[in-house]
Structure formats: structure tokens, C-alpha cells
Write a protein that binds this ligand. Structure first.
Ligand code: SF4
Length: 364
């Protein structure tokens, strides 16, 4: 059973002075050193990795990061790319607003900053899609700025270390924790110290101070950790707001065109923005089977096959996808923002993960 949250030890008390030097020393000996976005001071590479790592596991990003860099090796290349090219390389990473902001940010850096990212965290935050923590990571890694990251992992570490008992669902509490994070920074650090410290915060959250079952015996600051001292690690971070997911059913019209050349084509529409999967390609979506069948009645088709439904979880929604495969005998279309795509061209389009899996089954 989780013990009651003890009274906060963070507010107004002495912060653990040894935290920064211990973390730096630990990172240099026990932290992660082989990630492909480390050992660079190129803001473009650091920014790209930070955006990809928001809400996405390192193991997933490891596959996407080199592919993205190979296609867009610098901010100019990304700025010049079409949104279709960007979305195609992002497809599967989820949280697609990140890709749209990434593209917009690259264009802003090129048009308004001559292709050079601003150096300070404050200026970086003015760019599209760059929040305070991402800006701090770029400024600390690339320029040694004395500024703290505070992403979800770091909030967990610091709230335990300091027994920070304010509800992190509230912005004011997040700001208060940020202030404490700033006070924990190393004093007069060299740029290399800031790199080790920032990476150390990330590494501690990702490999030791885990969400469940933290490895406190391996933690470099366990003797200074207020939550551990109070035997109340499970009480932190305090966050009251639970995400409630809405259940929704989508009916997908998987329209297949069979022509005399023997090459199947599929009708795809670009999802509107704002909304789920905005900018990605998808079969036409209907809110009910009746609406889908009504749309079909106007066109020539042979055979309607209900495929197995699929479940897909988003941050705020549980989607139940009902694909209906229809083989069209004439060149029907459904809306203006769509196109017929051959099986071989599907790979070049940005498709949401469950939609890609569906087509892979169909063309296998
Ligand atoms: Fe996290 Fe445990 Fe270290 Fe405290 S001692 S910071 S709870 S890993």
C-alpha cells in the first residue's frame, strides 16, 4: 500500500548541496555515452533528438533518428522538404503535431535566423514547438548554458529527491519545481560539466529512478533523497489529474481499385488539421457503418468485406477501427484531398501505425 504523502521537505529547506557534483561524477562513470545524439554540439541534431524523445521510448527513436538525419542532414534540408516527406518519415512515432512543429520550426530558423539556431534557452523558446525543457537541453548541451531541463523523468527524480509534495497537475507547482531545479544546478560549471549534468538528470530518470521500482541502491544521491529517507518513494511525484480516455469507433472505407494492369491501388485521404493523425494519409473515415454504406451506394463496387476490427490507443482516446474493404470497379473518389496510391507507393506515404499495419496485411 502506498503510504500517505509526508509533509513536503522541499519548501524553504536546504537543498542537497552535493547533488550536482555527485550527479556529474556518476554520469561520467555510469551514465549513457553511446546514444547517437550524444557527443555533438550541433543544435539541429540535439533539437531533433529532444523532439523525438518527447513521449517516445529511446529504443523507438534509435530507429527513426538516423533515417530522419539521412533524409534531412541539416535544418536547411528539413525546411525545404515537403510536409508529405516529413510526415512519411515521422509516421509511426505518434504525436504528429511534433512533426508539423518540427517542420515549421526549421522553416522559421532558415527564414528568420539565417539557418542558425539562437543560442540562449530564452530565445529558443520563441521558436515553434520548442518548450522550456527542450530549449534548456539545446542551450545546455550545445552552449553550456546554466539552465535546467525539467521533463517528465526529471520531475519524477526531483520530486522524490526533494519530497516535493505539490500537485504537479498544476502549472504553479511545475514552476515551483523548476525554480528548485534551477537552484540545484552546479555552481560555475564548465560547458562539459553542463553536458554531464544535463545528461545525468536524463540518465538518472531513465535508468535508475524508474517510475515503478526505482533502483535506489544504485542511485548516486540516495543518501540525500528525502523520499527515500521517509520511506515514501512511491508517494512521488504527486499528480492528481488522471487522463480519461474517450472511446470512439471509426469506420474505415478501404477502397481498392482493380485495373486491367493488375496493380491494385488504394484510395487515401489526407487527415484534416487540427485533429487525430492530422497531415497523415488514411482511408476515408466515417462515424458509423450506416454513413459508410450510404457513401458507397453512389459508386460502382463489387464485394464488401468487413475486416477484423482493430484497437488503437491515443493519449485521450481509445479508438476502435472497423475496416471495410470494398473493391471498386470504376475510378471513384471520396473528397478532393485524396489520391489513388499503388501498393508499392504506400511505403512513401505518412500513414498512422494501425493503418500501415492494415495495408501491410492486405498487400502481403
Ligand atoms: Fe530516485 Fe531512489 Fe535516487 Fe531517490 S534514492 S532519487 S527515489 S532512485
Amino acid at each position: 500500500m502506498t503510504p500517505a504523502v509526508p509533509r513536503s521537505a522541499a519548501a524553504g529547506r536546504d537543498l542537497p548541496l552535493a547533488f550536482a557534483p555527485r550527479l556529474i561524477a556518476w554520469q561520467r562513470h555510469h551514465g549513457r555515452h553511446g546514444l547517437p545524439w550524444q557527443h555533438t554540439r550541433d543544435p539541429y541534431r540535439v533539437w531533433l533528438s529532444e523532439v523525438m524523445l518527447q513521449q517516445t521510448q529511446v529504443s523507438t527513436v534509435l530507429a527513426y533518428y538516423p533515417r530522419f538525419l539521412a533524409a534531412f542532414p541539416n535544418v536547411q534540408a528539413l525546411a525545404q522538404a515537403s510536409s508529405d516527406q516529413v510526415m512519411a518519415l515521422w509516421a509511426g512515432l505518434g504525436y504528429y503535431s511534433r512533426a508539423r512543429n518540427l517542420h515549421r520550426c526549421a522553416q522559421t530558423v532558415v527564414t528568420e535566423h539565417g539557418g542558425v539556431f539562437p543560442a540562449s534557452a530564452e530565445q529558443l523558446q520563441a521558436l515553434p514547438g520548442i518548450g522550456a525543457s527542450t530549449a534548456a537541453a539545446i542551450a545546455a548541451f550545445c552552449h553550456g548554458e546554466r539552465v535546467s531541463i525539467v521533463d517528465g523523468n526529471v520531475r519524477r527524480v526531483l520530486s522524490r529527491l526533494l519530497a516535493f509534495d505539490q500537485d504537479l497537475a498544476h502549472l504553479a507547482s511545475q514552476r515551483a519545481l523548476w525554480d528548485l531545479a534551477q537552484r540545484l544546478l552546479p555552481h560555475a560549471p564548465s560547458p562539459d560539466d553542463m553536458v554531464a549534468y544535463t545528461q545525468g538528470l536524463m540518465d538518472l530518470g531513465a535508468t535508475v529512478c524508474l517510475r515503478s521500482k526505482p533502483l535506489c541502491e544504485r542511485c548516486p544521491v540516495n543518501s540525500r533523497c528525502a523520499a527515500k529517507a521517509a520511506d515514501a518513494v512511491g508517494c512521488y511525484p504527486v499528480k492528481s489529474k488522471a487522463v480519461k480516455r474517450r472511446h470512439e469507433s471509426w469506420w474505415l472505407l478501404v477502397l481498392r481499385l482493380r485495373l486491367a494492369d493488375g496493380v491494385d491501388r488504394f484510395w487515401l485521404q489526407r487527415r484534416p488539421a487540427p485533429g487525430i493523425w492530422a497531415g497523415l494519409y488514411c482511408p476515408a473515415v466515417f462515424a458509423s457503418e450506416e454513413l459508410l454504406m450510404a457513401a458507397l451506394s453512389s459508386g460502382a463496387s463489387e464485394g464488401v468485406e468487413h475486416l477484423d476490427p482493430m484497437a488503437h490507443s491515443l493519449t485521450h482516446r481509445e479508438l476502435r477501427l472497423h475496416p471495410v474493404l470494398v473493391t471498386a470497379t470504376a475510378d471513384q473518389t471520396f473528397g478532393s484531398d485524396g489520391l489513388w496510391v499503388s501498393a508499392s507507393e504506400l511505403a512513401q506515404r505518412g500513414l498512422p501505425t494501425p493503418v500501415r499495419a492494415l495495408y501491410q496485411r492486405l498487400v502481403a
